[in-house]
Design a protein around this ligand. Structure first.
Ligand code: AR6
Length: 527
């Protein structure tokens, strides 16, 4: 009975949490600029005489709103767009219509095309009138001030994290706040065209106009309102007391040829904790926390989406700024974000998602001022036909993606944090949970990490995973052996027409034909 009431199985979660109060050891070297790491702020005392270029208006850098080269056609002439922004924001903005007019004044190409009815709904129906008044009289002027600090705060060219290149960018939280304020006011140039051939077609959108759109369904409007509550709460916090930490965004690429040859992996499975209660962000403190990403990081955060990735991005809005410079992820690429802070709490999920108030994030900092919080964005495959996920090329795509996300050469292997994950690719992307759990377990094992898996309420899945893991450990099965069996599963059990055997049953039978499943609920291991 006691075993029944405990929501988790496998090893204790605390066995996987290392370092200070379980917050883990730093997973990155201290911030130091080099050819693969752009540091956007001054470290140590200022050196006189060196004046790095303050602006780069080219295809390798973010085109900044305050760049002198940012021009906008007005009549027959070209005007400085930053001057237009400044002029618009110096006028009083007293209600959401004024806000719309201000934003449209330097985006007039989109007059009649951008829709602000979601934003208007938020201020008229989503919050109390008093709160609306307070927003326009107190908070908005401070957000505007933050927008206008851009030229003072971003004084170096900000590179794009382009495909195929390992590169990191470190920013202060204050710089991120300023960039987000600009995104809120839709000031980023060249980021609005929807055309496939546009310069930023392979980048996520960053200007917030899509979030201001109305939604057909009431539930959609509700999502917009709750997301806006998170975003405004963030601005309230950072305007009231500017955060002092730093954040590093690292694009990680390993070419397919650099990924392991899985069939010959001799690694044995490592520790596993599986729980049907709790979430990655809440229980994965000090671990490498997986973001169930879209290849355009952040997915639908500025649109309609409201599942794992979008929720994480609105409770930790600093993550959203990754969309400014991260080109869409290729098959063997991931984005690691270290140091972001959580500002809000939430309840519910998808249509039931609600902002639940302030969150004081007490995560300690590393020696470079980053919170000891690492989020890894890895995008699973969207499966139109779920059977396709068992085809070898797709198995390989997914295990390599997880491997690239989990791989880290920077830290002492003893200090590597565990991976905190769950049903990656198994919600909107329709993957098979048993398969994805196994692939993530294999990738974690290969990179020397333990795994904490949160099944999001699914007790049966928890039991199935822990039973499989116990079996693999007890039978001293290697990652390579599992891989070789996985690769035959599709041909054996699917291709022949109708699907005829569950994956785990197939694996049990292949590895030990005499094995019979025992009931884990009574034999759950709590040691
Ligand atoms: N902690 C642990 N598990 C969770 C959490 C959480 N906080 N939230 C959800 N789950 P989904 P995908 C479980 O659909 O299939 C986004 O739009 C829950 O069981 O977000 O990889 C992205 O931008 C849920 O069903 O991930 C992509 O476009 C499952 O995880 C797309 O969705 C999968 O969550 C990715 O879809």
């Amino acid at each position: 009975e006691i075993a029944e009431s405990i929501p988790w199985k496998g090893c204790f979660l605390t066995e996987l949490q290392k370092g200070r109060n379980g917050y883990g050891m730093p997973q990155l070297h201290p911030i130091k600029p080099n050819s693969n790491h752009t540091v956007m702020f001054q470290i140590g005392p200022k050196k006189d005489g060196s004046h790095p270029p303050s602006d780069a208006w080219d295809s390798n850098h973010v085109r900044l709103p305050c760049s002198p080269q940012n021009k906008y056609p007005v009549g027959d002439s070209l005007k400085s767009r930053w001057e237009m922004v400044k002029a618009a924001l110096q006028k009083p903005v007293q209600n959401s219509k004024d806000l719309e007019d201000a934003i449209m004044s330097y985006n007039d190409k989109y007059l009649g095309r951008w829709d602000f009815s979601g934003l208007h709904y938020f201020f008229s129906e989503g919050i109390e009138e008093e709160e609306t008044q307070c927003f326009f009289s107190e908070l908005l002027p401070q957000i505007i001030e933050l927008v206008l600090q851009l030229p003072a705060l971003i004084t170096h060219p900000l590179p794009l994290l382009r495909k195929g290149r390992n590169h990191s960018i470190s920013l202060t939280q204050q710089q991120v706040a300023c960039l987000l304020a600009n995104a809120f006011f839709c000031t980023f140039p060249r980021r609005n065209a929807a055309r496939k051939a546009s310069e930023y077609a392979t980048f996520p959108d960053i200007n917030f106009n899509r979030l201001f759109q109305g939604q057909k369904k009431k539930a959609g409007m509700q999502r917009t309102c709750e997301k806006l509550k998170c975003i405004f709460h963030y601005f309230r916090r950072v305007c009231h007391s500017p955060p002092k930490g730093n954040i590093t965004f690292s694009r990680r690429c390993i070419p397919p040829s650099g990924c392991p040859s899985w069939e010959s992996s001799g690694h044995f499975f490592r520790k596993l904790h599986v729980s049907s209660h709790g979430t990655i962000e809440e229980c994965g403190k000090g671990m490498l926390q997986v973001d169930f990403a879209n290849k355009m990081v952040g997915g639908g955060v500025l649109g309609w989406g409201c599942v794992q990735e979008e929720i994480r991005f609105v409770i930790c809005p600093e993550l959203i700024i990754a969309r400014l410079f991260t080109e869409c992820l290729d098959a063997t690429e991931a984005l690691l974000i270290t140091g972001c802070e959580q500002f809000s709490t939430y309840e519910g999920y998808a249509d039931d998602f609600t902002w639940a108030g302030d969150y004081q994030d007490s995560t300690p900092h590393d020696c470079s001022g980053r919170k000891l919080c690492s989020v890894i964005a890895i995008d699973a495959l969207y499966l139109r036909y779920p059977a396709q996920q068992f085809v070898v090329t797709n198995l390989l795509r997914e295990i390599n993606k997880a491997y690239v996300g989990f791989f880290n050469q920077e830290v002492n292997p003893d200090h590597l944090s565990a991976v905190a994950t769950g049903n990656w690719g198994c919600g909107v992307y329709r993957g098979n949970t048993r398969l994805k759990a196994l692939l993530q377990l294999m990738a974690a094992t290969q990179t020397g990490r333990a795994l904490a898996y949160f099944t999001f309420g699914d007790d049966q899945l928890r039991d199935d995973i822990v039973l499989m893991h116990t079996f693999l450990v007890n039978h001293k099965v290697t990652v390579g052996l599992v891989w070789r069996h996985l690769c035959r599963y599709y041909d054996q059990c699917y291709r022949s027409g109708i699907f005829n055997q569950e994956l785990y049953d197939y694996l049990y039978k292949c590895i030990d034909p005499t094995y019979t499943k025992k009931d884990v609920s009574s034999k759950g291991r709590h040691t």
